[in-house]
Design a protein around this ligand. Structure first.
Ligand code: MN
Length: 206
């Protein structure tokens, strides 16, 4: 059987985000964790020819219509694939240090200041009990919303368009930060690629 989904290459070197996120964490996270979500997603799709060829977005938006036998596997592993693909893209040691364009305008209108937004977003990650993700999403009426999901649940399944995400599973930070999730979150906020987030916002509202 042909490979349905493929692990996207990391768009920068494993050590590119040092010291915020260490190279070994990035290597294991991408080459082992993300790779496993892709492999298990493909495995779940093997028995479902009618689902093959659908995009990851279409699969996650239409979870209710997916046969029960593979729904949980696709929710978890499809979510894992989509979430991590976004995570690599919105991080970079370069890029703009703050939002720009229409996104900046909207962010400031809805949250007041970038500091206030950062605090709200960081807190969403800090207070997510157990494993999950913090999100900035565009909702169906094009408003911004900060919240978190458990496990690998994707905002796509709730009719939201994710434009910024933060993985708060321990595998995202434990080697360097151990139990100190707050320290990881602070470091993470310093390597967000706001250019990409700003572009994703513009795409989401059009
Ligand atoms: Mn992860």
């Amino acid at each position: 059987m042909s490979q349905l989904f493929e692990l996207p290459p990391l768009p920068y070197a494993f050590n590119a985000l040092e010291p915020a996120i260490d190279a070994l964490t990035m290597e294991i996270h991408h080459d082992k964790h993300h790779a496993a979500y892709v492999a298990n997603l493909n495995k779940a799709l093997e028995s479902q020819p009618e689902l093959q060829g659908k995009s990851i977005e279409a699969l996650l938006k239409g979870l209710d219509a997916i046969p029960e036998a593979v729904r949980t596997a696709i929710r978890n592993n499809g979510g894992g694939h989509a979430n991590h693909s976004l995570y690599w893209d919105i991080l970079t040691p370069g890029g703009s240090k703050s939002p720009n364009g229409p996104f900046e305008k909207t962010l400031l209108a809805e949250f007041g200041t970038l500091d206030k937004f950062n605090e709200l977003f960081s807190n969403a990650g800090l207070t997510r009990f157990g494993s999950g993700w913090a999100w900035l999403v565009v909702d169906p009426v094009k408003k911004l919303k900060v919240y978190s999901t458990a496990n690998q649940d994707s905002p796509l399944s709730q009719d939201y368009t994710p434009i910024l995400c933060m993985d708060v599973w321990e595998h995202a930070y434990y080697l360097k930060y151990q139990n100190r999730r707050a320290d990881y979150i602070k470091a993470f906020m310093g390597v967000v690629n706001w250019d990409v987030v700003s572009q994703l916002y513009e795409k989401a509202i059009h």
